[in-house]
Design a binder for this molecule. Structure first.
Ligand code: HAM
Length: 431
């Protein structure tokens, strides 16, 4: 019978890979907590309407990328394509927003039916930050500083660039959209098909087009910067000053418009040239009207999301994985002879209690000394503890052999009662 395979664009994360993922996740959690952000968890499935109303009806995500279905009750549901909408829904539903400030983070799988390629998947994972109730540029600066702190922690600060833009208010963009559409309509023969379709529905998205002829035409098009309201300009200018004051470098990218409709004022992306076409590792901005759009009282918000797959790829690409991301065990415990199986398990339990930081793998399934040592080497452990009866001795043993699993292969005999103390002395990581 044919074997069932995983769905295209949805990846398994294998035991050899998961230590890297855990390492990145621990780092993110540590950084988020360092800035006083608290974790929120919300469902993977929501009403489809939530995403339509927040991300926007005329966006790639809603038009063609959502996994939507009718459930058994006939409700139209979708797998979440991003986290901001669900985060706002949850925070609003539980009364976390009105008249309050909230600093939240989340992590988990998101789903988009995109064309899979390196760095772009149909199930992918995001780290997200959302801060509510703070209208000033200080919080925009804080979320950007938090992301920069995370790059430092991962060691990739020199490989990412911060791009900034001010996209003004929805009214600014509407006014700009009318002028832009007028200009483009006059040259519609030079537009690609997707862009032509967007002329009426969402002309700003045309700015994102990768088609060369469209890009050429856009070089002479009106620019959004000329349509931004004074308050937005002030906010954006203050943000840039705050970032400069904290030594965060950035480049301004007037073409940065984001693919989701809920943004206003400052938007940003962190990009890298080390990953090819999918080089955006983090993206976000301010969204002051989203809470109201979803039925809550007007509450300002700002946040970002990072693609975990892209961060893992980047760390691998730059060979920046520390020992911590290596995973594996510290010590392999071997017992030669069936009569020692029970004692081996008991010794292992004692060690686990006395040395809670120890990662200990016990040989199961018996085997000769050599075959157990082979398994010990393959486990990646630094040392093996061997229980073995000397000639004429009977179980239980009172001493074990400790053998390092490096080229030197040093070996020493240790009385059982001295074992935890000796391991502590020998292996720094256990203290
Ligand atoms: P986004 O730009 O759609 O924004 O996604 C954020 C990041 O998620 C991207 O920069 C990328 O690193 C990663 N990502 C997106 N799609 C994929 C994919 N198909 N495969 C792999 N990685 C992907 C948002 O999702 C907003 N909710 C961000 C935000 C939060 N804005 C404010 N708060």
């Amino acid at each position: 019978m044919a074997k069932i395979q995983a769905i295209r664009g949805m990846n398994d994360i294998l035991p050899t890979e998961s230590p890297t993922w855990q390492y990145v996740e621990h780092c993110f959690q540590r950084v988020a907590h360092r800035y006083g952000y608290r974790e929120i968890r919300f469902p993977v499935v929501e009403q489809t309407q939530l995403f339509k109303r927040s991300i926007g009806e005329v966006t790639d995500i809603v038009e063609k990328e959502m996994y939507s279905f009718d459930d058994r009750n006939g409700d139209n549901l979708s797998l979440r394509p991003e986290g901001t909408a669900g985060c706002v829904r949850a925070a609003e539903q539980h009364g976390l927003l009105y008249n309050q400030q909230q600093r939240l983070w989340y992590h988990g799988p998101m789903f988009r039916h995109e064309r899979p390629q390196k760095g772009r998947y149909r199930q992918f994972h995001q780290f997200g930050i959302e801060a509510f109730g703070m209208p000033g540029p200080d919080i925009d600066a804080e979320v950007i500083l938090l992301s920069a702190n995370f790059w430092q922690e991962l060691g990739i600060a020199d490989s990412v660039t911060l791009e900034l833009n001010n996209i003004g208010s929805a009214a600014d963009r509407r006014a700009f959209g009318v002028t832009l559409a007028e200009f483009l309509r006059a040259h519609s023969d030079r537009l690609d098909e997707d862009s032509r379709r967007r002329l009426d529905s969402n002309p700003l998205r045309i700015l994102d087009s990768k088609v060369p002829a469209t890009r050429e035409l856009l070089a002479d098009a009106p620019v959004l910067a000329d349509f931004i309201n004074a308050e937005s300009v002030e906010h954006y200018t203050a943000l840039k000053q705050l970032l400069q004051g904290c030594d965060i470098g950035f480049v301004e990218n007037p073409r940065l418009v984001r693919g989701l409709d809920y943004y206003n004022n400052a938007v940003f992306e962190w990009t890298t040239s080390a990953l090819g076409a999918q080089g955006t590792v983090c993206a976000g901005g301010r969204y002051d009207t989203l809470v109201e759009q979803l039925g809550g009282r007007s509450t300002p918000g700002v946040g970002f999301a990072m693609g975990e797959e892209r961060l893992v790829l980047l760390l691998e690409e730059l060979a920046l994985l520390p020992d911590e991301a290596r995973g594996g065990v510290d010590i392999y415990l071997a017992a030669v002879g069936d009569e020692l199986t029970g004692q081996a398990l008991a010794v292992a339990e004692t060690l686990r209690q006395e040395l809670p930081g120890l990662k200990l793998l016990v040989n199961c399934g018996g085997g000769k000394y050599n075959s157990q040592m082979k398994k010990a080497f393959n486990s990646g452990a630094r040392a093996a503890i061997v229980l073995e009866l000397e000639h004429g001795e009977s179980a239980p043993v009172t001493a074990v052999r400790l053998r390092t699993l490096d080229d030197a292969g040093d070996s020493e005999n240790i009385a059982l009662e001295d074992l935890p103390g000796r391991l502590r002395e020998k292996f720094e990581f256990l203290t």
